[in-house]
Design a protein around this ligand. Structure first.
Ligand SMILES: Nc1nc2c(ncn2[C@@H]2O[C@H](COP(=O)(O)OP(=O)(O)O)[C@@H](O)[C@H]2O)c(=O)[nH]1
Ligand SMILES: Nc1ncnc2c1ncn2[C@@H]1O[C@H](COP(=O)(O)OP(=O)(O)O)[C@@H](O)[C@H]1O
Length: 298
């Protein structure tokens, strides 16, 4: 029978591979927090839930300097204030230190606070390729009682797209006229390319009928809706990680490399704006994220 014991050399190689993979995962997590793809509180929670995970193995000083606007000086002051040793890992924090760090994070990065008296007008926005269209289509299919607003756009229909169902496809002159006549609740040029706008009348009618209305629009549009209808409910759809966002954009295969780079640059700006929203929903799973949004609309 063959000897099943692993020679020490093989053990060492495997261990060093694991260490490299863990370092890479920790670096990815730091990047996700820095880019605001995940919140500092989420990362800390992951570390506490699984002390053996890459999040749990992250040293507290590394975690702090991954946060927006925290340099080495601030890091050291925070560690002293919270009485946490620089060698501590997130997964190894004691109860008092955990609570102190959580409180400090909540003060510095306040969790979203949905404003009172939200209406049934739901605005879904988020970075390119996070899955806004996919989640909105899922809601449309499973919740016909919710009106998914159909936008007007100056872009050309893609194969399979039906006028009046996916978009109202109009030319520039017709779009100008929609703006002039006040028929649009909001409008914007998206991705520096075509114009998109939300027809006002169907939304007002549906809301008057007591229905929930879902708008799937970009950040500029979301800001305009907030200004025009301050009681609208703004939902930010976030990716589970930056790598996953890039994978989705590449996987969709609808943009070339140059366009993808441009969209990812915009995505960084959009991620940094999520504090303006009422809720943040992570699109880890389409059905789950859709259900969470429908609950918010409830
Ligand atoms: N402001 C605004 N943005 C819109 C509207 N309709 C769609 N969008 C956004 O425009 C972008 C559409 O990009 P594109 O790739 O051309 O079309 P898609 O594949 O149908 O999403 C997405 O970011 C949408 O959220 C609208 O009515 N107003
Ligand atoms: N939860 C998810 N898990 C995995 N892939 C997803 C998920 N949601 C969307 N996708 C995929 O990501 C890509 C981008 O989704 P899409 O709806 O076009 O994004 P957006 O409308 O935000 O630009 C699509 O290929 C889609 O199938």
């Amino acid at each position: 029978m063959a000897d099943s014991r692993t020679p020490p050399e093989v053990d060492r190689v495997a261990a060093s591979r694991r260490a490299v993979a863990a370092r890479r995962e920790r670096a990815a997590l730091k990047h996700d927090v820095a880019m605001r793809v995940i919140t500092p509180q989420e990362l800390l929670q992951r570390a506490l839930d699984k002390p053996d995970s890459p999040a749990g193995a992250m040293r507290v000083p590394d975690f702090l300097t991954a946060l927006p606007a925290i340099g080495d000086g601030k890091r050291d002051r925070i560690l002293a204030e919270l009485e946490i040793s620089p060698v501590k890992r997130l997964g190894g924090l004691g109860v008092r230190q955990r609570v102190a760090l959580q409180r400090w994070l909540d003060g510095r990065f306040p969790p979203l606070q949905p404003r009172a008296g939200r209406s049934r007008l739901i605005v879904l926005a988020g970075p390119t390729a996070v899955g806004k269209g996919t989640v909105a289509a899922h809601i449309k299919e499973h919740h016909p009682e919710i009106l998914l607003s159909v936008s007007a756009t100056t872009r050309q229909p893609r194969p399979g797209e039906v006028d009046g169902e996916h978009y109202f496809f109009v030319d520039d002159a017709a779009f100008d006229e929609l703006i002039r006549s006040g028929a649009l609740l909001e409008h914007a040029t998206v991705h520096n390319a075509y114009r998109y706008g939300t027809p006002r009348a169907p939304i007002e009618q549906a809301l008057a009928d007591g229905r929930t209305v879902l708008l799937e629009i970009d950040l500029q549009g979301a800001r305009q809706v907030r200004a025009a209808a301050p009681d609208a409910t703004l939902v930010f759809l976030a990716p589970p990680s930056w790598d996953e966002l890039v994978q989705r954009l590449v996987g969709r295969g609808t943009e070339d490399a140059e366009e993808r780079t441009r969209r990812l640059k915009t995505a960084k700006v959009e991620l940094a704006a999520q504090g303006e929203f009422d809720y943040r929903v992570v699109n880890d799973d389409v059905a789950r994220a859709a259900a969470e949004i429908v609950r918010l609309a409830g």
